[in-house]
Design a protein around this ligand. Structure first.
Ligand code: ADP
Length: 410
């Protein structure tokens, strides 16, 4: 299995201080979502800064793409193009007077020509949902928008790995959810994502693997339900067991059989509870989940279609989908954990529509299919894209026409 980042027994001491990193080894595979979790002072930021060579270990080796990291100026430049680092405090990362200039800084530094810089900035701003912000002074933006400018600055160099130090610090709960969703979107587009956090509720459902750090050492490194499942280690690290995991452990202690896979979401938990109650959703009518790629769909007929279905809930995955919903004045019920929430609705017999873009479309089908396989339920996913499915256009238009009083015969 390919490894993109690796630490081999790395150690580091800040001048005049006790050792901050005390012999750490691990590896990260391409496309993984990794959460480094630990209390303040555990060594998370120090370790993250080793990933793009900002900190050089006193001993041990850091490897990128199976090659030991080299610390001469030109090697570091190359490394930082491939491993982007987003600081905890966006004000320290944003340096230019306009959003455009700030995002252009990295590509300009790498020697891109003017057209390549313009393209890179446009793409990065599009990825983070800040098209149209080019001339804005970053320091007048909200915390969440500044964070996105900082991310765009890193994305403009098209790195393979994105490293985020405490990405949600300073953001309100809905800003944090939006940000985590953006990280998922970038991951889905192929980026390896590494975050540091002390928020177990955030790390537990999100990460593919969690690395628990304490006093410069690794306590646990595993899939989240194992990494957070050792109560002694979780306590030692001044953390808490994620609520869903605690609930499932409690059910186990009370003698209820536990599934092999621990619940990572409310949906997983509902499945466990339903199976404990010997109740399957098979007897009730399942709702459907429609999916629309808003990049490939005229949105006006779609929005008319939504408006004639009062029981339908609409969710959006990704920044462009959310912008589309705002433009079309579609009220969004879900903006985070969208697929699971729509599955939960389907289990109650209610229909949903997911607006999204690009490769996220297939993610919906894959997730619903995996859920159906595991649970034995059947939920239909319907594509509403007229480009691929001209018949759907007819369907949307026909339904809208039938419900439009001005189109009906007296
Ligand atoms: P975390 O990100 O988990 O809060 P850090 O990596 O920031 O942890 O810190 C690890 C240890 O290194 C702590 O004991 C901290 O006090 C120390 N440390 C961090 N930065 C510096 C610095 N610039 N100078 C001296 N000690 C530092």
């Amino acid at each position: 299995m390919k490894i993109i980042l690796e630490a081999r027994d790395v150690r580091y001491r800040y001048p005049g201080s006790p050792e901050a990193i005390k012999g750490i080894s691990f590896h990260i595979r391409p496309g993984e979502k990794i959460a480094l979790v630990g209390p303040n002072g555990a060594g998370k930021s120090t370790l993250l800064q080793m990933f793009n060579g900002m900190i050089r270990p006193d001993s041990g080796i850091m490897l990128f793409d199976s090659q030991p990291i080299r610390y001469d100026r030109s090697s570091l430049r190359q490394l930082r193009k491939r491993v982007g680092y987003v600081l905890q405090n966006s004000d320290r990362q944003i340096i230019a007077p306009t959003v455009y200039q700030d995002v252009a800084f990295g590509p300009a530094n790498l020697g891109y020509d003017d057209q390549a810089i313009r393209n890179a900035v446009a793409l990065a701003l599009r990825q983070v949902g800040l098209e149209g912000f080019e001339r804005r002074p970053p320091h007048h933006l909200s915390g969440g928008e500044k964070k996105r400018v900082a991310i765009a600055g890193v994305l403009a160099m098209d790195p393979d790995v994105l490293v985020f130090d405490e990405p949600t610090s300073g953001l309100d709960p809905s800003g944090s959810e939006d940000l985590m969703e953006l990280l998922d979107e970038l991951n889905h587009d192929g980026k390896t994502i590494i975050i540091s956090t002390h928020d177990v509720e955030l790390a537990y459902p999100w990460a593919d693997r969690a690395i628990l750090l304490l006093n410069g050492r690794i306590l646990e490194e595993d899939v989240p339900d194992v990494a957070f499942g050792n109560l002694d280690h979780v306590r030692m690290a001044h953390l808490s067991v994620p609520t869903l995991l605690e609930l499932s452990q409690e059910l186990g202690r009370r003698g209820f059989a536990q599934p092999e896979r621990k619940p990572r979401s409310v949906l997983d938990m509902i499945n466990i509870i339903e199976s404990l109650l010997h109740r399957s959703g098979n007897n009730t009518r399942m709702g459907t989940i429609s999916v629309c790629n808003v990049d490939e769909q005229e949105t006006a007929p779609l929005s008319a279609w939504v408006k004639i279905r009062p029981g339908l809930s609409v969710g959006a995955m990704g920044t462009r989908a959310k912008q589309c919903a705002a433009r079309e004045q579609l009220a969004l019920e879900f903006t985070y954990g969208v697929i699971d929430k729509c599955i939960l609705r389907a289990l109650r017999g209610q229909d949903s529509l997911i607006l999204t873009t690009g490769s996220m479309v297939s993610r919906v089908a894959v997730r619903v299919e995996a859920y159906c396989r595991e649970s034995g339920n059947t939920i239909s996913v319907i594509s509403l894209n007229t480009t691929n499915h001209p018949s759907v256009k007819g369907l949307i238009n026909e339904e809208v026409r039938q419900n439009d009083p001005s189109c009906q015969k007296p």
